[in-house]
Design a protein around this ligand. Structure first.
Ligand code: HEM
Length: 429
């Protein structure tokens, strides 16, 4: 029998229907932390656990080229993005993003984003109510542009933020959300490609060493500079995920509402607690459901075999809720990270392994730093959470509190000097 035809039944549709719960449910029914199935017309092996992370991120086992379906490239990542590369081509492209790992860049992003937040809060006060998810995405988009050296008028920030959010919101679905995501990407790639053309022709300027400057000057493994479209794709791979931290900001507000005992220690700005809180938000709440690659050769994992070209799937959400790693995974308990620091291949909301050499997210320090700073600000803000639908449906990918977290009566903290910089860069070992 042709091994590529086993198992026979494709599970892509149930996965799309069940969302985050699909893989953890299959794992629960299996004897070990491994599931054989069929997805996207290919045999697939799903894994979880720190050893599985190391197996998954070993390039001799799993490759990314041609692993990401077109609808995901056309919305979330962009065609020919860093996510799709292996070996030398990946290393050369990843070099562009490695500065993001430095404490200086993390601090720079945090500073720009918190500045945009502090400018926005008085306006939220003047309005009767605001949807936090929407406001946070605008603040993050503005901060990300300022930090990356990309010009953006304050008055355009809302529309650009909506495009950034649409690209993330529509990658895992068919229908209107997906079409919106495709249109948003096309619009933003055009805008940034024009900017790159202007910078290169001298009609525009890129601040020295800004992300815009680095992208305009970058040379890939073949020694060639990016064409304008590829440059736009990789600029978006910095700005879009920074805007996506809005999901974690909305989750933070949800956590503070459900478990208000965390507000006072967060508002006090204790750095260790703040880092622990940000880690717990990223662990507890659902964002990336899983990651996929293709078996580089015939592989065996925990007694299960997968042929070359089969799909290898890392169960991100399942691992972040694995009882054997977290004890009480469905309890929101920041203290767990005070008792035991986050371990590199255990906490994997932004991928596993080493970000400098593998595909792990190079923006994890930025995410953490920004989230820490905004979580403290949110804890210090006065506001009311009126009656609304705060449920977080697990069958929607990506999901968020249904209402986006409506706040009324927002009032800035009186006479407090705000913490500017989170510890981001040093927090995952
Ligand atoms: C909402 C916060 C974020 C989440 C949940 C997130 C999640 C992820 C995940 C799951 C991956 C894939 C890892 C893999 O393929 O193994 C990734 C890759 C990536 N992320 Fe993030 N990320 C976030 C924020 C950021 C930020 C702020 C930046 C940049 C400033 C960024 C830039 C990237 C890039 C460039 C890659 C591709 C890395 C590669 O393929 O080598 N991300 N991210």
């Amino acid at each position: 029998m042709d091994v590529l035809s086993r198992p026979l039944i494709d599970r892509t549709l149930p996965l799309l229907a069940e969302g985050y719960a699909w893989l953890p449910n299959r794992m629960r029914d299996s004897t070990g932390p491994v599931v054989r199935t069929r997805l996207l017309g290919r045999p697939a092996l799903a894994l979880r656990g720190p050893e599985a992370v190391r197996f998954f991120y070993d390039e001799r086992n799993v490759r990314r080229h041609r692993a990401i379906p077109e609808p995901v490239l056309a919305t979330l990542f962009g065609h020919e993005a860093v996510h799709t590369l292996d070996g030398d081509a990946h290393r050369a492209r990843k070099a562009l993003f490695l500065p993001l790992l430095t404490p200086d860049r993390v601090a720079g992003t945090v500073e720009r984003v918190t500045e945009a937040w502090d400018e926005a809060v008085p306006e939220w006060s003047r309005r009767g109510s605001v949807v936090l998810f929407d406001e946070a995405s605008t603040v993050l988009t503005l901060g990300a542009h300022r930090w990356a050296g990309i010009p953006l008028d304050d008055s355009d920030a809302g529309a650009v933020a909506r495009d950034m959010i649409a690209m993330v919101d529509g990658f895992a679905t068919a229908g209107p959300r997906h079409l919106r995501a495709r249109r948003a990407r096309a619009r933003q790639e055009d805008r940034l490609a024009r900017l790159v053309r202007d910078v290169r022709s001298g009609e525009g300027a890129a601040p020295a060493d800004s992300m815009l400057d680095l992208v305009c000057r970058h040379r890939d493994a073949d020694g060639e500079p990016f064409d304008e479209k590829k440059a736009a794709v990789e600029l978006l791979n910095v700005v879009r995920p920074t805007a996506a931290v809005a999901w974690f900001v909305a989750f933070t507000a949800h956590a503070l509402h459900r478990w208000p005992q965390h507000r006072a220690p967060l508002a006090a700005g204790d750095p260790a607690f703040t880092t622990a809180f940000a880690h717990e938000v990223r662990r507890f709440y659902p964002f990336a459901p899983f990651l996929g690659g293709l078996a580089a050769r015939d592989l065996m994992w925990r007694g299960e075999w997968i042929p070359a070209g089969g799909l290898v799937v890392l169960d991100v959400y399942g691992q972040n809720h694995d009882e054997s790693l977290w004890g009480d995974p469905y309890a929101f308990r920041p203290q767990r990270f005070l008792e035991r620091p986050a371990q590199r291949d255990e906490l994997i909301p932004q991928g596993g392994g080493d970000p400098a050499t593998g595909h792990r997210c190079p923006g994890e320090g930025v995410t953490l730093g920004v989230l820490e700073a905004l979580a403290v600000r949110l804890a210090r803000l006065e506001y009311t959470v009126p009656e609304q639908n705060l449920t977080i449906p697990l069958n929607r990918v990506p999901t968020r509190p249904h209402s986006g977290v409506l706040l009324t009566g927002v009032r800035p903290p009186a006479g407090r000097s705000e913490a500017r910089v989170g510890r981001g860069a040093e927090a995952v070992r």
